[in-house]
Design a protein around this ligand. Structure first.
Ligand code: SF4
Length: 198
């Protein structure tokens, strides 16, 4: 596809996205913590700390774009580390429901901290640049989801409560019908517990 004149070359944007992905991977390995978590194990803990319902292996596999056997192996390791436990699923006797142990919850709190190198990099950006990044990321993720290139996440642009540009010309042009509040690009959510699929 040809770049539109006046816009940054797409291949340079891809270089930037790749570099950020590398930084994230390096950060994830550095942040393995006392339980020496792999990036996948850390992702599972973060998901189980959220409001994922129900908490089954198959749901984790879909959310993490992985396979049930891969997730099953990672969960076994997390169980042996005392961070996750399996309970009988109250809605399906054949399925197991996964929950974090107290040690798992402590790991989730540690993982919720923004890595210092990313916090420093973000603090050097102007609010309008951060808002533009959020808007661009939201649009790209929506497009990638539409092409089935990544799992669907619960973000504003795919939410039935979202009213984009409901207040044209205002500082807060968008509207969330769930909380009945206007908001701007800097407040777009890429993961929201109140998301509702259309
Ligand atoms: S409910 Fe959440 S995802 Fe939906 S529009 Fe409101 S803030 Fe966005």
């Amino acid at each position: 596809m040809k770049d539109v004149p006046g816009t940054p070359p797409h291949e340079q944007l891809m270089v930037g996205i790749t570099r950020l992905g590398q930084a994230l991977r390096i950060s994830s390995y550095r942040n393995a913590g006392p339980h020496r978590l792999s990036p996948l194990q850390a992702d599972i803990i973060v998901l189980l700390a959220g409001d994922l319902r129900p908490r089954r292996l198959s749901d984790l596999a879909v959310s993490l774009a992985s396979t049930p056997p891969t997730i099953s192996d990672a969960v076994k390791t997390l169980t042996s580390k005392g961070l996750v436990e399996r309970r009988r699923d109250t809605t399906d006797a054949r399925a197991a429901s996964l929950t974090l142990t107290p040690a798992g919850k402590a790991e989730a709190e540690r993982l919720a901290q923004l890595p210092t190198e990313f916090a420093e990099a973000m603090s050097s950006l102007a609010p309008e640049d951060l808002a533009a990044m959020l808007r661009g990321m939201s649009s790209m993720i929506r497009s990638l989801q539409g092409q089935r290139a990544i799992p669907v996440t619960r973000m504003c642009s795919t939410c039935s409560h979202f009213r984009p540009q409901a207040h044209p010309g205002s500082d807060k042009p968008h509207h969330c019908a769930f909380v009945d509040n206007a908001f701007d690009d800097g407040e777009l959510r890429l993961e929201c517990p109140d998301h509702q699929a259309p």
